[in-house]
Write a protein that binds this ligand. Structure first.
Ligand code: 2NE
Length: 272
């Protein structure tokens, strides 16, 4: 699918299941084990924005093309002294913007992982709300082996997910972990046979879609609030404002009605 801008995608595939409420974003660089370049990230950001703004979409699935890799991180062939450079003369680390976007997105994002989720690709699955892993999935960080690291979400969220000792192990030793080890560590929600991966992910998506989108939106921001500091509180607070706009109290204020003159007081304005 194209998004509203009508621009085509080259590095990703963006699909929406019409009438289902599900968008699927697939990193489409299988010959590079779905490594991302700056352009891949720009396209991912565009697709996630489109899915966010589409009120028919309630769940977003992030995955990689083929069965060999979810994502192998930044494209190492494009590493330069100032980040990753593809069509521009300067480098970027724009995957950090994508991580923030996924954390703040008011809809659940599910990582559907087959094969390798390593390096920056491992961090991408960690910032998603849920991870459904195939039994051939492999997880790990490689940064310290290849002259890189993610001391942002890649460290703090990992420590939250698997605990500080295991996070140190994962970063300091750069070992790879199979799907069942990852499940035991709390890195993934469930491991399923590869051939059931898509079906299981759709099942989870449909179960989520049966529940209140507002409740889920507020819960996502609440679950992220402490770790995301001021930005997390802002997201949670913004949701409160949005809900407040729907109350009689906010609308009285908008119409210039003085609340004290109102009897009985609107439901949520009673001072109890
Ligand atoms: C992913 C892994 C373990 C797969 O191994 P294998 O044996 O299944 O495949 P192979 O032969 O290594 O790779 C197949 C092709 O994909 C390319 C390879 O160069 C190879 O190309 P050809 O020889 O066929 O031409 N490829 C794989 N990963 C790539 C990558 N990341 N960039 C460019 N080309 C890649 C194995 O391939 C592997 O370990 N890959 C490298 C993983 C890695 O180190 N990623 C970068 C970590 S740093 C990072 O992502 C990062 C960060 O730390 C902080 C911020 C942002 C990003």
């Amino acid at each position: 699918a194209c998004d509203e801008s009508g621009k085509e995608y080259t590095d990703i595939i963006y699909e929406k299941a019409v009438g289902e409420g599900i968008a699927k974003i697939t990193i489409n660089r299988p010959d590079r084990r779905n490594a991302f370049r700056p352009n891949t990230i720009k396209e991912l950001i565009r697709a996630f924005n489109d899915a966010r703004d589409d009120s028919t979409i309630g769940v977003i699935i992030l995955t990689g093309k083929g069965n060999k890799a979810f994502c192998s991180g930044g494209d190492q062939a494009l590493r330069s002294s100032d980040g990753y450079a593809d069509f521009e003369s300067f480098g970027r680390l724009n995957v950090l913007d994508l991580q923030v976007q996924i954390r703040r997105l008011p809809k659940p994002v599910i990582a559907m992982v087959a094969g390798y989720a390593v390096g920056g690709g491992h961090i991408l699955h960690m910032v998603c709300d849920l991870t459904i892993a195939a039994d051939n999935a492999v997880f790990g960080q490689t940064g310290p082996k290849v002259g890189s690291f993610d001391a942002g979400y890649g460290s703090s969220i990992m420590s939250r997910l698997i605990g500080p000792k295991k996070a140190r192990e994962m970063w300091f030793l750069c070992r790879f972990y199979d799907a069942y080890e990852a499940e035991k560590m709390g890195l993934v929600n469930i491991v399923v046979p590869l051939e059931r991966l898509e079906l299981e992910t759709l099942k989870w998506s449909r179960e989520i879609l049966r529940n209140s989108p507002t409740a889920i939106r507020v819960l996502k921001s609440a679950l992220n609030a402490v770790d995301d500091g001021h930005a997390g509180l802002q997201e949670l607070g913004g949701n409160a404002t949005l809900i407040f706009y729907g109350t009689e109290e906010a609308n009285y204020a908008l119409e210039g009605v003085v609340l004290q003159d109102t009897h009985p007081l609107p439901l949520f304005s009673r001072r109890i």
